[in-house]
Design a protein around this ligand. Sequence first.
Ligand code: NAD
Length: 430
Amino acid sequence: MENYQELVQKQKSFFRSGKTKETAFRKQALTTIKEYMTSHQQDIIDAVKADLNKPEEETNRAEIGLVLAEIDFMLENLDTWSATQEVPTPKTHGEAKSFIQPEPYGSTLVISPWNYPVQLAVAPLVGAIAAGNTAVLKPSELTPNTSSLLAGMINENFKEEYIHVVEGEVETSTALLKENFDYIFFTGSTGVGRIVAEAAAKTLTPTTLELGGKSPAIVHKDADLDQAAARIAGGKFMNAGQTCVAPDYVLAHSDVKEALMQKIKEVKTNTYGDVVPADTYPHVVSGKHFDRLKNFLDNGELYMGGRTDKENLFIEPTLLDQITWEDDVMQDEIFGPILPVLTFDEVSEAVEAVMDRPKPLALYLFTKDEEVQNDVFTNISFGGGAINDTINHMTTHYLPFGGVGNSGMGAYHGKASFDTFTHFKSVLKR
Ligand code: NAD
């Protein structure tokens, strides 16, 4: 196992030099990343295609476009957010003045997953840099082409004492987690999140944990079913269901279940054709995940899809009917293009069923009824979500993105990213 003590020491010394506290220096770093991503757009598309068979349009939107928008937002606001703010002082404190002084934590560690291998590595890094930290990034070993591209982008353009990419597998993460970073930002599974939290507890290092979970899409009987079908299928089947905020399962009112499933099937046919082509649809990331997902195809009754091809790590967008909470597919996050459908008769039943389980990362509700919207969104705790849509709550930098409970802690995107990587120091001056 490698020892990263020297790297972290170098970053700590560089941080102490005060250079990263200069906002012009941070802006220059963000601009360098922006320019690299813009001028290497095709390389990024090719790397993500080689790793996941992700279509160009999806990489442009969800990997490159989103990160560039995040960088622009930081460049626009960084000066304001970094400035010390004066706040009122109670009369009891006499003539004193009070300030909130934002300061970067120092040396940060970002560990990222494979499913959006550019976005989920670079977006947190952008937050760390904007807030004035140094950073070590450990991308996922399951997307080696993208990880190596990220290593090139960072290690050829920045000194290792400022920002550095370390490629490697679990042992690399384990070794990095032994170091005394000032902040850890982890995106990945709930199980590994626990390992990261335990490691961070030893040094009392603050962490953000962006984890997963089973995110429901609840479809009430008054929902616009064409809209619900299109948006659920869109959110679920993009990237072969390997999206942390993809609807994991559908809870449909029993009056509309049949019609909804029929419409999802139509959306699938209109989007991909009668037979989904294995060569253009995104791959499942590995043989291990393929085998895990394939086992779910025996659950309930197959309503749509179900074709698989191990050689191409291909699983067709699939809809499973007659599913119960006891089925294997309902025990853990699916993270693949398989959508089970369950039913409810009363909204309270759906609310109770979701609340009986760990808090989801996302929740989607399709209904026009504002009382139902209120009821569901007030009673159920979840990371974030959408009414009459899926996924898009995470693509705006005005909404903090993160989980709660088993789906994570802390949030990022836009101002929330800056705040996550910043300690707000309170100062009273007399
Ligand atoms: P993962 O937890 O297996 O791996 C994530 C990262 O942790 C990788 O870099 C990996 O090398 C490292 N890692 C793996 N095992 C480790 C260990 N024992 N000790 C230390 N580090 C370890 O997750 P994944 O399979 O890459 O990604 C899928 C999961 O991530 C899903 O659960 C998904 O919901 C979640 N996810 C969450 C978000 C979010 O923003 N909340 C986004 C994407 C994915």
